[in-house]
Design a protein around this ligand. Structure first.
Ligand SMILES: [Mg+2]
Ligand SMILES: [Zn+2]
Length: 164
């Protein structure tokens, strides 16, 4: 059975500098590379699920956003880390869309395409919104980030909890 890990991006994989727009500002969070490598070694599928309202808020241009994202993907690829799917919500909260976390539109799209088993899936994020999304989608949640778990420790815990 496949195992699916849903990942927030800002504040979880990379430092949340607030609507990041420059590649110089990309800083991996502690333990992320090693944690993601562990997932890859175990054959887990990685799905990025990220709210990105920075463009509609005028905080970054579509081009800046794309540059940051492709630089992140490039750096991870150098480590042998690849996402099975990359999913963004570009809406603002007032759009009341079905994809902006804590709504689960992105999760459902992934699930439809890749057949996700809720008991063999987990979400790692750094915010209450991520936690709420995981709970709405009925999958386990692990909180990382400043003041919470180190990503590598969370990754080990996720693996332990799923393989039990
Ligand atoms: Mg975040
Ligand atoms: Zn949306």
């Amino acid at each position: 059975m496949s195992i699916d890990i849903f990942l927030d991006r800002d504040g979880t994989l990379i430092e949340d500098t607030g609507y990041i727009s420059k590649i110089e500002d990309i800083k991996m969070m502690n333990g992320v590379i090693d944690g993601l490598k562990l997932f890859m070694e175990n054959g887990y599928r990685l799905h990025l699920v990220s709210n990105q309202s920075g463009i509609v808020r005028g905080k970054c241009t579509p081009r800046e956003f794309a540059e940051v994202q492709s630089e992140l993907v490039r750096r991870l690829a150098l480590e042998g880390i690849h996402f099975t799917s990359v999913n963004f919500c570009f809406h603002a909260p007032e759009d009341r869309c079905e994809c902006r976390k804590p709504e689960i539109g992105m999760f459902e799209m992934v699930s439809k395409k890749f057949k996700v088993f809720h008991r063999s899936a987990a979400m790692i994020g750094d915010s209450e919104v991520d936690e709420k999304a995981a709970s709405n989608f009925k999958i386990a949640f692990w909180r990382v980030g400043v003041g919470y778990m180190d990503f590598l420790i969370a990754a080990r815990e996720v693996i332990k909890s799923i393989e039990k």
